[in-house]
Design a protein around this ligand. Sequence first.
Ligand SMILES: Cc1ncc(COP(=O)(O)O)c(C=O)c1O
Length: 435
Amino acid sequence: MTADPAAADATGGLMAVPEHGRGVDELLAEVDARHAGDLDWRGGKAFSLVYHPDDDELEHLLEEVGRRFLHENALNPFKYPSLLGMELEVIAMACGLVGTAPDAGALTSGGTESIFCAVQVARDHARTERGIAEPQLITPSTAHPAFAKAAKYLDVEHVLVPVGPDGRADVAATADAMGAGAGLVVGSAPCYPFGVIDPIADLATVAAERGVLFHTDACLGGWLLPWWERLGEPVAPWDFRVPGVTSLSADVHKYGYAFKGASIVAYRDRSLLQHQFFWYDDWPGGLYASGTTAGTRPAAPIVGAWAAINKLGVAGYLRMAEVVRDTTRRFRDGIDAIDGVRVTHPPDLSVMEIGVDPHADHVPDIGAVADVMDDLGWNLDRQQGGLHLMVSPYHAKVVDSFLGDLAKAVAAHGASRGRTATYGGVAGGGDRPDR
Ligand SMILES: Cc1ncc(COP(=O)(O)O)c(C=O)c1O
């Protein structure tokens, strides 16, 4: 967050609300000026945060529906029959896509909230139906940090299981890690760091054999894997067709190409979803009920998700999936052809890590390679073992220039500037409490 130091000084370190308001044009100009320094994803040089569909009509539609519902409040859907209808349709379509009943899911603000809900449901299911007072959450080390965050906020013990050399969850180690208190086992389809799909069927079987719930985190793949499969690509089972899968998250704001604020959490049956509902009738304000963690909810993401799905339809999603698949192959083949680097784990989808090839004649310093790529305007997130790349349709236009620049960066780079791996952040900084 940037604060105006002059304004802060005037109030002894606190930032003051401006005495007088400013004009619309002036404010828009300032917002544009500030925004100009942000991540520029439009040119295809970013590989995370924004999924660039390369579809002007879709973008226009989303902006229009967002504007129409900017001020509405989805807290009370009965005041907005339109929102209620569109939300139920989005949920029903998503549930159908992943193979569960149309009323067995909820629309949340994003992957993290979907994961929170699934962890809370599993915790309460273990407590009320299995008599486990302190249920454990068991995840592979590659599972998204949203699980660690949910464990922290919901006060659930988190058991992390190291993944195997192929980057996938280790089924035997997971079974060993499951104590009597196991409440939820997790697998990703795919995991964010490497783009590989965990052995969902085997993990879910291990969980089911002990009566434990199993969550597939398909936040990333949920709106791409169904089309991948229809394109004839090999896709290991990951959704509710796997008997032991009891909940699943799938973000419409990722490969569903809706704007931010839309994810689905779905359950094998509605009785699990019931654990998520909150009813409170001991308040002078009247009965309060909600289905997800938020109270007041923005309406625009609901309509945005509905509009994106209906604009694209199966045919649109298939068309985009084909572009993403072909572009992914070009990236993979091109990276592997550069002496010194390789894709570290052959990905199952459109996400990969670029790391050094330890057997190459010349093993580059990957941090220094990233510095050169930064200087050339590319935005590759740094992971612990390499650089992260997530493919969107627009990237079809930049594969060749990317590969050319990467080859040059690998062949000639200086010393690393020492930037460390980061993902996400805390506004205004934030001190780590554990350091
Ligand atoms: C596999 C996976 N799970 C969960 C999340 C969290 O989603 P969000 O950032 O929408 O909260 C992500 C985000 O990239 C992800 O890749």
